[in-house]
Design a binder for this molecule. Structure first.
Ligand code: HEC
Ligand code: HEC
Ligand code: HEC
Ligand code: HEC
Ligand code: HEC
Ligand code: HEC
Ligand code: HEC
Ligand code: HEC
Ligand code: HEC
Ligand code: HEC
Ligand code: HEC
Length: 388
């Protein structure tokens, strides 16, 4: 102790003091720099945090940026050493769940990492202005149009460093994320409906020789005139149910981040039918609300008579039945064969099945319009039936 005091008080020892203090300062700086650099290596991000980042490392190793450092994307571009130290302090509390194994999975389920990542993170290495693109066959891409709108790179390339397709996650409770490079994800902003932020017309993103009809539509029963068309209806019903449950999932999942130019939402809440079809396309063909409103069951007679063609499209079993109100027979007189008009068959039905069933819908006076002996003839049928 006295030697230390001596060092400070004795003017003769001043050069020695300067050397010692200098050494101490350098040592502190080295330790600080060492810990900042050390905690910034991919080794530090993956090995000591082995458990937490096990799955992220699997995806990272599959990606095109496997030779880049984690901090190139995950820490501010040209940040000062102080920024880095502050960031380390900010994430320090994560150490506890890491050690205890109580961390939450899936990590980044709400994509806040992508939503918060600024453009500079990518443009520090990439310049899109003079790059010739070689996109996948059939895809047209315009980077400048998005840059002009302040749309960040990871609004689309969110999985670029962590592709999940060929990876099997190991950690219990971990789940894969949305990938925004698909068409549905483009339709978070693009749309065929009027007033959309960006165009949905096929020609905006596909060349003219591109096959626009997806394979799902080739399935038998998808749509056939006067035939089985339940396929597309079932696919739509399933899709609409999926979207409803995704909307519940997405509700309140994230608040708008600093670098988000607009709240683009999640890919899962996009109804895939409405990426390729404007709603008008469906209603134009249906002509009526589908599925029918509840009131339809007991109140379709008038609607049907007013515009029978709008019903015949679906209810006629062939071209002949599509004339006038003949299609009504498809439901009302199922005893008849669709090949011949019902009027030519109705008496066969009466002869074989009796007329009682007819009067569930028809007033006997209805028969009388054509049958001169009308009500009497009807009464006779009923009696005949009762007598048998
Ligand atoms: C080229 C840029 C880039 C590099 C390099 C990179 N990441 Fe990422 N990382 C991202 C982006 C972008 C996301 C956001 C993904 C999203 O929200 O869908 C992300 C997400 C994550 C997540 C959240 C979980 C997930 O899968 O979404 C973790 C954890 C992570 N990165 C860790 C790492 C580690 C560890 C390294 C180094 C081994 C690394 N990252 C290297 C860009 C990068
Ligand atoms: C530290 C430099 C660096 C950073 C930061 C970086 N990249 Fe890259 N990136 C590369 C290199 C190197 C390649 C491989 C050569 C090439 O295609 O340019 C590459 C390739 C790519 C590719 C083509 C290969 C593929 O997987 O599709 C895309 C897309 C890409 N980067 C997007 C991004 C995005 C988006 C970001 C920001 C999240 C980013 N990069 C950040 C260096 C970087
Ligand atoms: C609106 C969506 C979107 C945004 C935003 C976007 N990209 Fe792309 N990018 C694409 C698409 C789509 C392709 C073509 C991919 C394909 O067809 O495989 C592509 C291709 C690329 C490629 C590969 C080029 C090649 O060699 O074919 C790179 C690198 C790239 N983008 C980097 C970036 C960077 C950096 C940014 C931000 C400045 C950015 N992208 C912003 C959608 C986007
Ligand atoms: C975050 C919103 C957003 C997303 C996501 C997005 N875009 Fe865009 N896109 C825009 C905006 C905004 C424009 C500019 C519209 C305008 O100028 O009228 C645009 C324009 C375009 C254009 C130019 C169209 C034209 O005819 O001018 C192409 C091509 C394009 N986007 C492709 C894509 C592709 C491919 C994807 C998905 C990989 C995608 N976009 C995802 C917002 C987005
Ligand atoms: C904003 C850009 C964009 C627009 C507009 C767009 N597409 Fe696409 N489309 C894509 C991208 C990106 C892919 C490739 C990624 C994928 O498979 O999801 C794709 C893939 C496809 C595929 C092949 C994949 C599949 O689902 O079978 C078909 C078919 C298709 N588009 C049809 C259409 C039709 C029809 C329209 C017009 C109504 C259209 N696209 C408009 C971006 C777009
Ligand atoms: C990737 C684009 C794409 C998607 C997604 C898509 N369709 Fe289509 N669909 C088309 C194209 C292209 C046509 C042909 C349009 C034309 O001939 O005008 C078509 C035609 C149809 C037809 C008319 C009958 C036929 O097969 O030509 C029906 C019905 C239909 N789609 C229903 C649906 C339903 C329901 C969904 C959702 C489950 C859906 N489509 C999703 C591209 C798509
Ligand atoms: C080319 C004509 C046509 C087009 C286009 C069309 N539909 Fe249909 N739709 C039909 C027919 C025919 C039926 C009756 C199906 C049956 O017999 O089960 C139907 C029935 C339906 C039903 C009712 C199913 C039920 O059992 O209640 C739904 C829902 C439906 N379509 C959704 C759609 C959607 C969504 C689109 C647009 C993406 C679409 N349809 C486009 C012809 C069409
Ligand atoms: C786009 C095809 C389509 C059109 C157009 C259409 N329907 Fe339907 N309709 C259906 C389908 C499919 C069902 C069966 C729904 C189900 O089983 O849930 C149905 C059911 C009905 C039912 C209920 C039958 C029952 O057993 O409960 C009545 C009544 C009916 N339609 C009358 C009409 C009338 C009247 C019109 C014209 C104003 C019309 N429909 C137009 C497809 C159509
Ligand atoms: C898809 C099958 C279907 C078609 C097509 C259909 N109906 Fe019906 N209709 C029914 C059924 C089932 C009932 C019995 C409803 C009940 O009482 O619950 C009924 C009841 C009626 C009734 C008595 C109740 C009411 O709505 O006032 C009238 C009238 C009627 N239909 C007229 C017609 C006419 C006219 C057409 C053709 C323009 C027609 N229906 C086409 C299935 C159909
Ligand atoms: C479920 C109700 C229902 C039953 C049961 C029913 N009908 Fe009808 N019938 C109708 C409706 C609805 C029409 C169409 C009326 C219209 O166009 O205004 C019709 C029309 C007719 C027509 C006129 C056909 C035409 O082409 O002009 C005859 C004939 C007829 N029914 C006979 C019968 C006979 C016979 C039976 C018993 C075997 C019977 N109906 C049972 C509802 C029914
Ligand atoms: C639109 C006119 C029309 C209506 C309404 C009508 N019928 Fe007929 N009916 C005919 C015609 C036409 C014949 C055939 C007469 C012939 O060729 O001998 C016929 C024949 C019959 C026959 C066979 C008579 C015989 O002597 O062989 C029976 C039974 C019959 N109708 C029962 C009914 C019943 C029951 C109703 C009411 C539910 C009804 N019809 C409504 C036009 C009609």
């Amino acid at each position: 102790m006295s030697r230390l005091k001596d060092l400070f008080r004795n003017p003769a020892k001043r050069p020695q003091l300067v050397i010692w203090l200098g050494t101490a300062a350098i040592a502190i700086a080295l330790v600080a720099a060492g810990s900042v650099l050390g905690t910034s290596t991919n080794w530090f991000c993956t090995e000591p945090c082995h458990v937490v980042h096990y799955d992220n490392t699997l995806t990272f190793n599959e990606g095109s940026h496997v030779m880049q450092s984690c901090i190139a994307c995950h820490e501010p571009v040209n940040g000062s050493p102080l920024t880095f130290i502050l960031m380390k302090i900010e994430v320090a509390p994560d150490l506890i769940p890491t050690i205890l194994g109580t961390f939450h999975l899936p990590m980044n389920e709400n994509h806040s990492v992508a939503f918060a990542m600024p453009e500079e993170q990518c443009t520090q290495c990439h310049t899109m202005e003079n790059r010739t693109l070689s996109p996948s066959a059939g895809i047209i891409m315009d980077h400048a149009a998005h840059a002009a709108g302040g749309i960040t790179c990871v609004s689309c390339h969110n999985r670029v460093a962590h592709p999940e397709d060929d990876v099997t996650y190991v950690l219990e409770g971990d789940k894969k994320h949305e990938d925004w490079m698909g068409m549905d994800a483009c339709f978070r902003c693009h749309s065929l409906e009027a007033g959309a932020l960006a165009p949905g017309a096929c020609a905006a993103c596909h060349p003219t020789d591109f096959d626009l009809v997806p394979p799902s539509h080739d399935a038998t029963g998808w749509y056939a005139e006067f035939g089985e068309s339940g396929g597309h209806a079932a696919a739509y019903t399933e899709e609409a149910a999926r979207v409803t449950s995704a909307e519940t999932w997405a509700e309140g999942l994230h608040e708008i981040e600093e670098n988000e130019t607009l709240d683009m939402g999640y890919e899962q809440t996009v109804n895939t039918c409405y990426t390729c079809h404007a709603k008008q396309f469906c209603t134009d063909c249906h002509g009526v609300e589908m599925p029918h409103p509840a009131a339809f069951a007991t109140d379709h007679g008038n609607a049907g008579r007013a515009d029978p063609a709008s019903c015949a499209k679906c209810h006629a079993r062939n071209e002949a039945e599509a004339e006038g109100t003949v299609f009504c027979n498809a439901c009302h007189h199922p005893q008849g064969t669709p090949e011949r008009p019902w009027i030519e068959q109705h008496f066969d039905a009466v002869k074989t099945g009796g007329a009682t069933g007819c009067f569930e819908c028809h007033d006997p006076k209805y028969c009388a319009v054509c049958h001169v002996s009308g009500p009497e003839a009807a009464a006779r049928f009923i009696q005949q039936e009762a007598g048998q």
